[in-house]
Design a protein around this ligand. Structure first.
Ligand code: NAD
Length: 251
């Protein structure tokens, strides 16, 4: 068994806000150095500055191979070789199948699936060199099927297959790969969904929470806590798993 690198370096994608920002903060509190990677470098910088000197901001589009390679090289130079990767960047382009544009399909699969692939391919060599690594990918309860989300549900189900394959291929190098699959979490993403369907935010939260067994909406920290568990050394024998963090078994 290889020891954890002394202050591991983590990359959290889509970390300017929401679940990614909470996860970056949580990992920094756990003692890691953290690269806050996001499309929007200025927003990522505010998040990194709020975390403190153990964090840097990196602007990159996870669906662009050249930007991904450059971002990982920059993190390696400025913080050290990354051995923890949280593939969190995400978008939604919801619509019923008969109205869904090809560009909406491509955009969603491009960020969630291709983005996770490109990031993981670029970072895994550092994990292999270290003989230790942690990959945590954000799936969703939508992976089980969700009306209006053919593109997103497909991407989030695909992320689970990707993760299980990483667990099988990379386990021999001391690397684990797992998924956190959130249910309804309060974030800009869900606020945009409420606005799109024309339901006032407070009512939307009330209605969603009423259908959740623990009777509350999820908070970004609920997800950050689950990511923190998978990254911890004590989770070293847990790999290829999906944990639904949804206040109930599936919603
Ligand atoms: P959010 O919209 O609040 O934040 C997503 C972040 O990803 C943004 O900062 C955005 O700039 C960034 N991003 C988008 N495309 C990118 C790209 N190509 N490259 C780099 N960064 C990019 O979303 P959130 O609610 O915090 O969701 C985070 C993750 O959790 C997503 O993968 C989402 O699908 C998943 N998720 C969220 C919920 C929920 O209820 N909020 C539920 C299940 C799963």
């Amino acid at each position: 068994m290889t020891d954890t690198p002394r202050r591991p370096v983590a990359i959290v994608t889509g970390a300017a806000r929401g679940i990614g920002a909470a996860t970056a903060l949580r990992l920094a509190q756990d003692g890691l150095r953290v690269a806050v990677l996001d499309l929007e470098e200025a927003a990522a910088k505010s998040t990194a500055d709020a975390i403190g000197e153990s964090a840097i901001a990196v602007g990159a589009d996870v669906s662009d191979a050249a930007e991904v390679e450059a971002a990982v090289a920059r993190v390696t130079e400025e913080l050290g070789a990354p051995t923890v990767l949280v593939n969190n960047a995400g978008i939604t382009r919801d619509n019923l199948l008969f109205k869904m544009a090809e560009s909406d399909w491509d955009a969603v699969l491009g960020v969630h699936l291709k983005g996770a692939f490109l990031m993981t391919r670029a970072v895994q060599k550092h994990m292999v060199d270290a003989g230790w690594g942690r990959i945590v990918n954000l799936s969703s309860t939508s992976a089980l099927g969700n009306r209006g989300q053919a593109n997103y549900a497909t991407a989030k189900a695909g992320v689970q297959g990707f993760t299980k394959t990483l667990a099988i291929e990379l386990g021999r190098f001391g690397i684990t790969a797992n998924c956190v699959a959130p249910g309804f979490i309060v974030s800009d993403m869900t606020k945009a969904t409420a606005a799109r369907i024309g339901v006032p935010w407070d009512q939307y939260v009330h209605d969603r929470a009423a259908a959740i067994p623990v009777r509350r909406a999820g908070q970004v920290e609920d997800i950050a806590n689950a990511v923190s568990f998978f990254v911890d050394d004590r989770a070293g024998f847990v790999s290829g798993q999906v944990i639904y963090v949804a206040g109930g078994p599936r919603n």
